[in-house]
Design a protein around this ligand. Structure first.
Ligand code: NAG
Ligand code: NAG
Ligand code: NAG
Ligand code: NAG
Length: 316
């Protein structure tokens, strides 16, 4: 390489590092067809990604690409007759609970390549079940109800459900077009974290990790952070999928926040809906992000494309 070129490249890299110190490496993992809206994501123990898709009302499994092999995909389960599919959470090793049309299903993988077994756990008289997290021992889950603005407790062994949390930070309004409030839901250590999309707040409450009951006040961690679902790292730092802000917003426990990937006028993370960290040793710092695609309000009115899964490297 000619010297001037390497100096130029070096300078460019230097300028880029100065201007975008928090812009982490980002790459495409898998792109779905036009019209696809990916809603949520979980990662299997073997590193494969499970994503829920509204267009096909299906749960899909993606094997991420390696240096020599392209990514591949298979349909895990189709929710016959359902209108939507939403949150997903692992309840015991390689068994997942998945929401579809206010019903919660159990999807059980087995060691063979057989189709996983799907069993209905319960249908809840909810407004709109959306995000979901598992409580200790995997006997119950907590589920955000975006329309009623509350959180349900569901016993996955008996199918019994009851309202567990109801607080003004969870309330719904129509500021974003449709009636929606509490949305993403995850647990870490002794806290339940949640987002409220129209209120643009990211919150948490200390809980009894077995029952899910509140043991402290409902706290607002950050304001001005639009979010659908999110991932949370072991230090309690949130990585919020910011929907129409087209980015991943990183929120520190003290409430300060910045953008680690994407931007308003970039298509990289257009309509970011959820995020989850990889689980294998080499992928623990890889944040997998789902998007709703570019069918509605594409950036700069460019062509529409389907939802996709992107990978962002997050050093921690
Ligand atoms: C679950 O609900 C059923 C029917 O309402 C009730 O009979 C049963 O006692 C409940 N089980 C538990 C563990 O709360
Ligand atoms: C909040 O925490 C981050 C990360 O530790 C730090 O960089 C920042 O200065 C803190 N902000 C305030 C206002 O304390
Ligand atoms: C959208 O337009 C802005 C401003 O002209 C530009 O900076 C940006 O790169 C465009 N984005 C795309 C995806 O074309
Ligand atoms: C993608 O789908 C939208 C909505 O159905 C349609 O308007 C658009 O023309 C499609 N774009 C392409 C490239 O097929």
């Amino acid at each position: 390489m000619p010297a001037f070129l390497s100096i130029l490249l070096f300078s460019l890299a230097f300028v880029q590092a100065l201007c975008f110190p928090q812009s982490f490496n980002i790459r495409e993992v898998y792109r779905f067809p036009n019209g696809t809206w990916l809603e949520n994501i979980a990662v299997r123990l073997n590193g494969n990604l499970l994503v829920t898709d509204l267009m096909t009302v299906g749960l899909w499994e993606i094997v991420p690409p390696t240096e020599s092999i392209h990514s591949s995909i298979r349909l895990v389960h189709h929710f016959d007759g359902a209108d939507d599919v939403a949150g997903i959470t692992e309840v015991s090793p390689d068994t997942f609970a998945v929401i579809s049309s206010n019903s919660v299903w159990q999807i059980e993988f087995n060691s063979h390549d057989d189709p996983p077994k799907a069993t209905l756990i319960s249908k809840i008289p909810a407004g709109f079940l959306n995000g979901m997290a598992t409580l200790d021992e995997g006997k119950a889950v907590m589920i955000s109800d975006s329309q009623l603005g509350l959180v349900w407790h569901l016993d996955i062994q008996t199918g019994n459900y009851t309202v567990l949390h109801r607080h003004e930070t969870m309330e719904a309004n129509s500021d974003l077009g449709l009636l929606i409030g509490v949305n993403g839901l995850r647990t870490l250590h002794n806290y339940m974290y949640y987002s409220n999309s129209p209120k643009r707040i990211f919150c948490r409450v200390r809980i009894d990790t077995r029952t899910g009951r509140a043991l402290g006040p409902y706290e607002i961690v950050s304001h001005d952070t639009l979010a659908d679902d999110f991932a949370i790292d072991p230090r309690g730092i949130g990585y919020l999928a910011s929907l129409t802000d087209n980015e991943i917003t990183r929120v520190f426990p003290n409430g300060s926040h910045d953008v680690v990937a994407g931007s308003k006028d970039s298509r990289d993370l257009m309509a970011a809906t959820s995020a989850a960290f990889g689980r294998t040793r080499s992928e623990r710092h890889v944040l997998y992000v789902t998007t709703g695609g570019e069918t509605e309000n594409p950036v700069n009115n460019t062509a529409s494309l389907g939802g996709k899964v992107m990978a962002v490297s997050i050093p921690f």
